[in-house]
Design a protein around this ligand. Structure first.
Ligand SMILES: *Cc1c(COP(=O)(O)O)cnc(C)c1O
Length: 414
């Protein structure tokens, strides 16, 4: 493999996947062979070794005292969750369905936590029976949990998800601060804590999650520090010693031209300081961060085959067998304000130095079905495989697969 070839011809800083004989290699398998092995296109493929490498790099940058959880809503493929469960310290689930997967793959219930607004009575019952930590997000959930605990004789393990009195700056998606459907407003938490004590639930800690997809280390450090300080204040009213302080995450990955990878060094340094303070001020507590996208996003690709190549009034369109229905976020319709191109390449023509401007579109009868808008790409023909990078998170399960009735997408871990 030629190192120069690994430089991505598009705007990705460095392509993490090797190139061999002009073909992208995922999980040690060349792209055409991988497509044959999967059986059909389109598909998502995640590289096991890159997942392992990512967790290793992160652990090296963070203090040992900080526990690392995988928030599985980013990619709930069972094989991937099983792999991650062996690498991280816990799994965060956000529905009864995710809880089932986490238990099925053998994650330790003691290290599973369950967050999300509107947890149903049946989901809470599942969680209590499984013995996982439930992040309480409302007074109603507290009432239901107390009822389930007294009916079943199994005291529920709970933490309080706090909606903080500050916001995470520079975040792709804000999920804390101001008026939110997530968590309990910080001002109401002391009263909730005394009710938790009165109803005999097993209080174990606090959970804060300020937001997602953040590439600014200073903003993450500020949110984690403020979160920790808020927890110190709230802990005074806790009915039992604090055992877990989940400071959230929000670590982003670069998707678009001009975006830089997150600098972990300042985050590691700040967390080391917080871990020292925690050891003094909350001696029984473990600090936890929970990450989804950062752990899995860059290890995955979406692969779709060129079905047709059309030229319309001078503009080239590569019409593929996959699109928006499998990869909503790459089409620009999953939370983006202004549509930008994900890093896209022709994975079967990586050696080609010449590029032409082309758009990659899917088979859906809507102009929204666009994977790349007028990008420089190697000249591709029907049969070539187009690859969308940064596709390991919020792809397969975050897309409207039934829209227009095309076959479902496949996903593999290689
Ligand atoms: C979505 C979510 C995450 C994961 O967010 P990423 O941006 O994928 O890291 C973590 N925690 C909670 C509570 C979430 O809702």
């Amino acid at each position: 493999m030629n190192q120069a070839e690994r430089l991505c011809p598009t705007h990705l800083l460095v392509n993490p996947f090797p190139v061999h004989d002009g073909e992208l290699v995922v999980g040690g398998v060349g792209l055409r062979r991988l497509a044959d092995r999967v059986g059909r296109t389109p598909f998502y493929a995640c590289d096991r070794a890159l997942l392992t490498q990512r967790v290793g790099q992160l652990r090296a940058a963070l203090p040992e005292a900080v526990k690392l959880h995988y928030a599985m809503k980013a990619n709930p493929m069972p094989a991937l969750v099983a792999h991650m469960a062996g690498l991280v310290d816990g799994i965060d689930v956000a529905s009864g369905g995710e809880l089932k997967t986490a238990l099925d793959v053998g994650a330790d219930p003691q290290a599973i936590s369950f967050a999300g607004p509107g947890k149903g009575c049946n989901e809470l019952q599942q969680a209590v029976a499984a013995g996982v930590l439930i992040n309480l997000e409302s007074w109603r959930e507290l009432g239901e949990l107390a009822e389930i605990s007294s009916r079943t004789g199994r005291p529920a393990r709970c933490a309080v998800r706090v909606n903080p009195d500050f916001e995470l700056k520079s975040s792709g998606m804000r999920m804390g601060g101001g008026a939110k459907q997530f968590g309990v407003d910080a001002e109401q938490v002391p009263e909730l804590l005394s009710e938790i004590g009165r109803r005999g639930l097993l209080f174990e800690g606090f959970h804060l999650f300020a937001g997602s997809q953040n590439l600014k280390a200073e903003a993450i450090v500020e949110a984690q520090t403020k979160s920790f300080e808020l927890v110190l204040r709230l802990a005074e009213a806790a009915p039992l010693p604090v055992r877990f302080v989940n400071l959230g995450g929000g670590f982003g990955i670069p998707y678009f031209p001009g975006e830089q990878a997150l600098d972990l060094a300042p985050i590691g340094a700040a967390l080391a300081g917080l871990a020292e303070r925690a050891a003094r001020e909350l001696p029984q507590a473990e600090l936890v961060i929970e990450l989804g996208r950062y752990l899995v996003g860059e290890a995955g690709v979406y692969v779709t085959r060129v079905v047709d190549r059309k030229v319309s009034r001078g503009q080239t369109f590569l019409v593929c067998d996959g699109g928006l229905h499998h990869h909503l976020s790459a089409s620009g319709n999953f939370g983006q304000v202004i549509r930008k191109n994900y890093p896209v390449v022709v994975g079967t023509r990586m050696a080609s130095s010449e590029t032409h401007t082309a758009s990659v579109v899917g088979p859906l009868c809507t102009p929204l079905d666009l994977l790349a808008d007028r990008m420089p790409l190697a000249d591709a023909a029907p049969g070539d495989l187009v690859v969308v990078f940064q596709s390991g998170a919020y792809g397969f399960t975050a897309s409207p697969q039934a829209f227009l009735g095309h076959p479902a997408c496949l996903e593999v871990l290689v």
